[in-house]
Design a protein around this ligand. Structure first.
Ligand code: UGA
Length: 431
């Protein structure tokens, strides 16, 4: 089947490449000429392990191509995937500007019936509106299927080929069948439902996972206050299969382009329908406090941090990505700058993105060695492999004061080392 996928961000690019890999002919479409040119040179505009090899092999096999939105002929494709961004608007709702623009473009240039598959995360009611807008005064007929995406950044390629479920929401069974057939090669249960349920499954899943993380973080604060140990506690909880150990890792909270945006959007939808969403609102509040938890440790150790070299190990919101959207690192750096600290940072992939925000206000060290040299505190932000591998002796030999504030619980052995001052989340330590 010939398919076009509009939007070459995480969701669009990974979807397009995976559909090509299972044998479909796919055109990936974007409004950004630079992105299209990069893709034609097999360069991915996003950092995602494994994606560039798949772009090249599918392009060479003749199944994958890239087009600017103004150059594409949508009538070549029976099915069009919408995978443009739905960023958070000023008021916390999802901004549908890109979706609306695409609908207008597709409608204007379609002369044959089509199925539109919505991959973008959109508020409840949007797919029904999309269908109405497309068909209003149109000579051709559009069906719409909501097909939310559940892949994670950093492991998107692995996730997309191993989905745990395929959710298809529509008011038309034939359209659902077409999209189910497109996905036939993915070995996963297919949930066929209406638009609203499909839309809610996406928000409810992300908000549930975010709430689970905030719950672990709330318990970690209780551990710190009472002498409990969050690592023992979450291990003990996670062995209960009804709870499970996934997304129960306490730390410096969740960031990224999904959990913060989708929790906020869900509460806005609930407010609109006068539904109490205080569970999710509390999860959001706890997350906000947790993201600067390491700074509160630092304040207790250094009431005045002015002029001290403070080192951030990692910047991305999670490993294996250069994404810093809503990353704790941004809040931590802002707080440190307010206190006139000398901020040094290191990240294998995300330094360029952080530089776009902070410019020359902070120092970008190319190696962990440089970062730790003469530093007076190391703050662990992202659990990259290269950071996890740092030997404890490095902190002792290089730092002016071997003080580790560990937001990801990756140097727990340092707790036993009397030459290191160590504080992690959810356990009594140096403070
Ligand atoms: C999340 C969901 O996991 C995906 O299923 C969903 O498709 C995606 O959002 C989306 O809506 O597009 P993602 O944001 O890429 O994926 O990354 P996650 O692996 O979920 O991590 C999110 C944040 O939670 C990270 O900052 C991570 O460090 C944090 N986290 C995760 C914890 O603090 N503790 C945990 O136990 C797990």
């Amino acid at each position: 089947m010939k398919i076009s996928v509009i939007g070459t961000g995480y969701v669009g690019l990974v979807t397009g490449v995976s559909l090509a890999e299972i044998g479909h002919e796919v055109i990936c479409v974007d409004t950004n000429i630079e992105k299209i040119e990069m893709l034609k040179r097999f360069k991915s505009p996003i950092y995602e392990p494994g994606i560039e090899d798949l772009i090249r092999s599918n392009f060479e096999a003749g199944r994958l191509s890239f087009e600017l939105n103004t150059a594409v002929n949508y009538d070549e494709c029976e099915v069009i995937y919408l995978a443009v961004g739905t960023p958070q608007a000023e008021d916390g709702t999802a901004d549908l500007t890109y979706i609306n623009q695409v609908i207008t473009d597709v409608k204007a240039s379609s002369h044959e019936d089509k199925i539109i598959v919505t991959k973008s995360t959109v508020p409840v009611g949007t797919n029904a509106q999309i269908k109405q807008k497309l068909n209003e005064g149109s000579d051709v007929h559009f069906d719409v299927v909501s097909n939310p995406e559940f892949l994670r950044e950093g492991s998107a390629v692995k996730d997309v080929f191993n989905p745990e479920r395929i959710v298809l929401g529509s008011d038309n069974e034939t359209a659902i069948k077409v999209v189910a057939d497109i996905n036939e090669k993915f070995d996963a249960p297919v949930i066929q439902t209406n638009f609203e349920s499909a839309e809610i499954i996406k928000y409810a899943s992300n908000a549930f996972l975010a709430t689970k993380i905030s719950y672990a973080n709330m318990i970690s604060n209780l551990c710190e206050a009472t002498g409990g140990d969050i690592y023992a506690v979450t291990y003990g909880m996670g062995l209960d299969h009804r709870i499970g150990d996934k997304f129960l890792q306490a730390g410096i909270g969740y960031g990224g382009s999904c959990f913060p945006k989708d929790t906020s959007a869900l509460t806005k939808i609930a407010d609109k329908y006068q539904v109490d969403s205080s569970i999710v609102k509390s999860a959001m509040k706890i997350n906000e406090q947790q993201q600067t938890k390491l700074v509160s440790y630092l304040d207790q150790i250094y009431p005045n941090v002015k002029g001290k070299k403070i080192s951030l190990l990692g910047l991305a919101f999670k490993p294996e990505t250069d994404d810093i959207r809503d990353a704790a690192s941004i809040k931590v750096i802002n707080e440190l700058l307010k206190r006139d600290a000398e901020v040094h940072v290191f990240d294998p992939e995300a330094m360029g993105n952080i530089k776009n925000i902070f410019g020359e206000k902070i120092t970008y060290d190319e190696t962990v060695d440089e970062l730790l040299q003469d530093s007076e505190a190391a703050l662990v932000i992202t659990e990259w492999e290269v950071i996890k591998k740092i030997d404890l002796s490095e902190f002792k030999s290089k730092m002016k004061r071997p003080l580790i504030l560990d937001g990801r619980g990756i140097f727990l052995d340092a707790d036993e080392d009397s030459d290191i001052e160590y504080q992690t989340i959810g356990r009594k330590g140096a403070i």
